[in-house]
Design a protein around this ligand. Sequence first.
Ligand code: NAD
Length: 498
Amino acid sequence: MADPSFFLPEVRAFLEQQPVKMFIGGQWVPSADGGIFETLDPGDGTPLASVAEGGAADIDRAVSAACDAFADSGWATMPANERAVYLHRLADLVDKHRPILAQLESLDVGKPLAQAAHGDIPNVAETLRWYADFSVHARLREPIAVSGHEARQVRFPYGVAAFILPWNFPLLLVGWNLSPALAAGNTAVIKPAEDTPLSTLYFCRLVEEAGIPAGVVNVVPGYGENAGKALAEHAGISRMGFTGSPEVGRLIASACGANLVPVKLELGGKGAAVVFDDVDAAATAEQLVQAVTLNTGQVCCTATRWLVHERLYDAFIAAAKEAMNAIRIGHSLDPATAMGPAVSEKQRQRILGYLAKGAKQGGQAVLSGGPANVPGHPGGFYVKPAMMSGDPDNVCAREEIFGPVSFLMRFRDEVEAVELVNRSPYGLANSVWTRDLDRANRVAEALVAGSSWINAHNLFPHGVPYAGCNLSGIGGGVLGPETFFDYLRPQSIVRPLD
Ligand code: NAD
């Protein structure tokens, strides 16, 4: 394990609990069957903490606590501005505890501490505040002008919102999913990923401290096939928000379909960057290298297919190689680290496996990647960034690798670039890089996905919806004003006029 002398005292005390318990109905409880599992520091491959392992009985307790809180705690019926006060208080507590949350996130995911401290954690506070403020101004009672009737539509929270979340941005995704649901007056049960439950559990301490009524937020850590499955199948939930792989997304959608529970699926991607020949090769290469190595490439929407105009191709490759070689790989708590380990040995093997399969299919290694050794951390799950080029049908150009691997392709003109991007069955996010804004906007609209970014990649301003289409998701997405309304049940009230 990373040297515990670097841990903040609060982090050390939190990790030393045997085990870290789950949070149900405002109580810290062990799992019903006493089961525990270990979460690892991927930077060393050693146990970081033992955590209570939830199963079907714990999910049942959590859903019941959330149902009770929906019915009795006053959360669902209090005016939006009162709920907003709690959410602002929670956001302030997230800010206050940022060093602790950031260290936990960094250790559990393996992401560089600065990224957690200046990216993930402040984003959680910002999302809570954004939806709290939006909820205060949203109109939930609207008169409808129709002949012969007096009519209006009113909106009410649904009940229990369930969330099953992945390991790449654990607390940031709690923020994106939980904030609109709570601001709308729902209660929640969260099943964090088994690889990274710690920040979500620590966050529950802040939920308590903010005075949010018991049972409004419940967190049951555990494995997907046990706790996750039980939550997706539970008849007591009213909404499901799932973020993760398309394979598991299908299982969640079927389980919720059986109970006719509406589902939001935020799934994988195979984002492309289309680079025209009027940009600065070195500056653009630098930004795309940053994008594909962010969080060790474990980012659903990041730029993994790089389509470069044939006139810029050679200069771009040279610059990208230089920028990738300069990426400092290391333990997440080392301030010099730009890229940490993969989250698990399983994920590392997935990345290495794709590189081998891609090479077998004729992909050429521009930078070969492979396992990386970090002195002092021999057991860590480190990989080097890689660049491959070749046929657009290569497996590494088609499938989501979820690692720091880019696939380079050259194109002659706009039409060819758009066709190459749109071959993908995914539809999460792409970017266009050019100084010609007419062309940028034209191409941005022609790329089939939930988001097109211009001269940047990975942009998530609050208020701009972020969603996938095709294999990347259904259900309306997150981060937009619409997301708030997704957590409200519309009801029409009509009276005939004499
Ligand atoms: P995953 O699908 O393996 O797991 C996601 C969650 O589902 C975890 O909590 C897991 O425990 C749970 N789960 C697994 N099997 C289950 C089952 N049978 N029933 C119920 N729950 C189950 O995904 P992952 O490996 O954690 O995350 C990587 C994937 O997430 C990638 O495909 C990535 O692109 C995607 N992702 C998408 C977004 C987005 O916003 N679109 C954001 C982050 C990650």
